[in-house]
Design a binder for this molecule. Structure first.
Ligand SMILES: CC(C)(COP(=O)(O)OP(=O)(O)OC[C@H]1O[C@@H](n2cnc3c(N)ncnc32)[C@H](O)[C@@H]1OP(=O)(O)O)[C@@H](O)C(=O)NCCC(=O)NCCS
Length: 147
């Protein structure tokens, strides 16, 4: 069964928080209120991946003027390596491009081998580093992509 990508609004805040907590096990917690505040802001695109009506993950993009930021991307551990992450990145970039973004950037831990491989395979390149950016002391890799 293929993955469907659907737009998600503020009514999905609790669902996004639950997916985020499961995907980032032990990481930074973004609760439903945090998602509701983010989704109410300008330039936001939240997209949900689902298979047969069951949510698998989501992506959050924010576009300001001609630049988009990927704020987060999460796929449930049980649904990984089946193309949901790649589909979310592609549709997320397309949504930002429609809003007028000419480029996009993101931050990812240098230790996040899976996400970096996904980004490299979807057109992102390395644009910089932020030393000891994350709570675990790891550096952030800044990646960018032309749309
Ligand atoms: C990163 C993440 C979103 C990938 O989601 P996914 O649905 O498994 O990704 P896909 O199945 O679309 O994988 C696409 C490509 O990414 C790469 N990739 C994905 N997982 C990988 C892994 N564990 N190791 C190496 N490469 C990996 C591969 O190139 C893969 O293509 P392939 O399966 O044809 O080899 C998922 O692992 C996740 O939610 N991780 C925890 C949260 C997170 O780190 N988010 C990103 C924060 S910046």
């Amino acid at each position: 069964m293929s993955v469907d990508i659907l737009a998600a609004g503020p009514e999905s805040s609790e669902l996004l928080a639950a997916l985020h907590a499961k995907a980032f096990d032990g990481g930074e917690v973004w609760n439903g209120a945090a998602f509701a505040t983010l989704l109410a802001g300008p330039g936001m695109d939240a997209l949900l991946a689902a298979r047969g009506g069951t949510p698998l993950g989501f992506i959050l993009m924010r576009t300001i003027a001609d630049e988009a930021e990927m704020l987060t991307l999460a796929v449930l551990p049980s649904a990984r390596r089946a193309g949901a992450g790649r589909a979310l990145v592609k549709v997320g970039l397309e949504a930002a491009r429609r809003r007028g973004a000419a480029s996009a950037f993101l931050e990812v831990s240098v230790t996040n081998v899976a996400a970096i491989a996904l980004y490299r395979s979807t057109g992102w390149g390395e644009a910089g580093h932020r030393a000891r950016y994350y709570r675990d002391g790891s550096d952030a890799l800044i990646m960018s992509c032309r749309l």
